[in-house]
Ligand binder design. Structure first.
Ligand SMILES: Cc1cc2nc3c(=O)[nH]c(=O)nc-3n(C[C@H](O)[C@H](O)[C@H](O)COP(=O)(O)OP(=O)(O)OC[C@H]3O[C@@H](n4cnc5c(N)ncnc54)[C@H](O)[C@@H]3O)c2cc1C
Length: 400
């Protein structure tokens, strides 16, 4: 296909198909060669390179599709958002370096933030000027957020915060923390919670990195020791923190990173192409058991695409998806974890004599396999999603 270097951005009224063609042309023409995860020229991009790439996508009109124009967005619909996501997923490009800002903090600020907060935060999130982290989980409160203890106490026009968060992704690079705190006692359970936008350079915040199984230090423990923030850092009304948190989690489970299904599709093609590039590995693809497992992955990815597309159509029709976000979360995490198990079993046959493409695939899929171990934990564990589906979709009793 002929690739135009600078395709013309469609008129906002042009509809999703025009955006799909534009996104496809622009992304393929501009994604730097060394950022294609499936290419031999690939090298791990630096944080600055990822930021510049993502900011250039924003300036090309490929981010903030549904955000209001007043706050830097394009004011389009979820349908345009979905078609752009499909094109993003189809390319083996780096994951967003700002997904917490764009997919969690941004939507919640649009819902509960003041006009000043929207103008202050939203355009900077889209232009990748600020990174955000999400400070929800605590040592005793992961799945059960009602047990969180980090305390916020009002003192005149400001709030004093004390406590600890854990597993905070991207805390070391973040400019702001979307922080969930407690204003009452743990006995208040879901009442007495309050959310803040806390600048990470506020005195009293200490970030202690946690090393993960892949050798990286991408998440951390975050300690809050007499951290004082002005009342203007509060997101939403006091006591509304739980409702705000639930909204964040339902977004996280249902509509964020819509590109996942299309990314999985492209990863599967990448895996098969790498195996085909090497005579020894190619033989594995003839095996009936392997073919059955690949077939299962294809079926699961297609089902996930269907779930995402149905969610978009329901939201476009003004319907609430409620607890059904848990179906999507459960499905993508279980499906990808099983797929990465298959990928690892294939690339484990790669030797130093295998093709260069197969060697590249071994590196990529070994790392991806390790990260997939966490997919059934973060954004809500599989067991918790199953509980939600049983109780809130199937109306089963809490205790059988
Ligand atoms: C890679 C990664 C990134 C993360 N990033 C962030 C982040 O940026 N910000 C943040 O705030 N948190 C983050 N987390 C934390 C994540 O949200 C929690 O780990 C998760 O919510 C589970 O909580 P927990 O670890 O306390 O486990 P627990 O809640 O203690 O659960 C332990 C086990 O008990 C099961 N269980 C718990 N309750 C029930 C129940 N009611 N019914 C059945 N089984 C149950 C769970 O499924 C699990 O198997 C991240 C986690 C990972 C792995």
């Amino acid at each position: 296909m002929h690739m135009e270097q600078n395709p013309t951005r469609p008129d906002p009224a042009a509809g999703p198909a025009a955006y799909r063609d534009y996104a496809r042309q622009w992304l393929r023409a501009h994604l730097p060669g060394h950022m294609h995860a499936d290419s031999l020229a690939y090298r791990t991009p630096t944080l600055d390179e990822c930021r510049d790439w993502e900011a250039s996508m924003y300036h090309a009109g490929l981010a903030g599709m549904t955000w209001p124009q007043a706050y830097g967005g394009l004011g389009l619909t979820l349908r345009e958002h979905l078609v752009v996501n499909k094109e993003v997923g189809a390319l083996a490009m780096p994951e967003s370096v700002s997904s917490i800002g764009k997919e969690l903090a941004g939507p919640i600020i649009q819902t509960v933030g003041t006009e000043e907060q929207k103008l202050q935060f939203l355009p900077r999130i889209l232009a990748i000027q600020d990174y955000w982290c999400q400070g929800f989980s605590e040592p005793d409160a992961g799945s059960d957020l009602a047990r969180l203890r980090t305390k916020a106490t009002q003192e005149g026009d400001s709030w004093r915060i004390n406590g600890q968060k854990i597993w905070t992704s991207g805390a070391a690079k973040a400019h702001y923390c979307l922080l969930l705190t407690r204003t009452g006692t743990v006995a208040d359970k879901h009442r007495g919670m309050l959310m803040f936008a806390v600048p990470m350079d506020t005195p009293g915040i200490r970030v202690v990195p946690i090393k993960s199984i892949d050798g990286k230090e991408s998440f951390a423990e975050v300690f809050f020791d007499n951290v004082v923030v002005p009342d203007s850092a509060r997101l939403g009304a006091p006591d509304e923190g739980w409702n705000a948190a639930i909204r964040v989690l339902s977004i996280e489970r249902a509509t964020n990173r819509m590109y996942r299904a299309w990314r999985f599709d492209s990863e599967l093609r990448q895996l098969v192409a790498a195996c085909k590039s090497d005579p020894e590995l190619a033989k594995l693809l003839d095996d009936g058991h392997t073919q059955r497992r690949i077939g299962e992955v294809v079926g699961e990815i297609d089902a996930l695409k269907g779930l995402v597309e149905r969610t978009v159509e329901q939201l476009m029709a003004g319907k609430s998806i409620g607890a059904r976000g848990s179906l999507t979360k459960l499905h993508w995490s279980e499906c990808h974890q099983a797929f990465m198990g298959l990928a690892l079993s294939l690339v484990s046959h790669v030797t130093p004599r295998s093709s260069a493409l197969a060697q590249r695939a071994k590196k990529h899929f070994t790392t991806a396999y390790l990260f997939a171990r966490a997919e059934t934990i973060y954004a809500g564990t599989t067991e918790v999603q199953l509980d939600i589906i049983a109780q809130r979709i199937m109306n089963l009793p809490k205790d059988l």
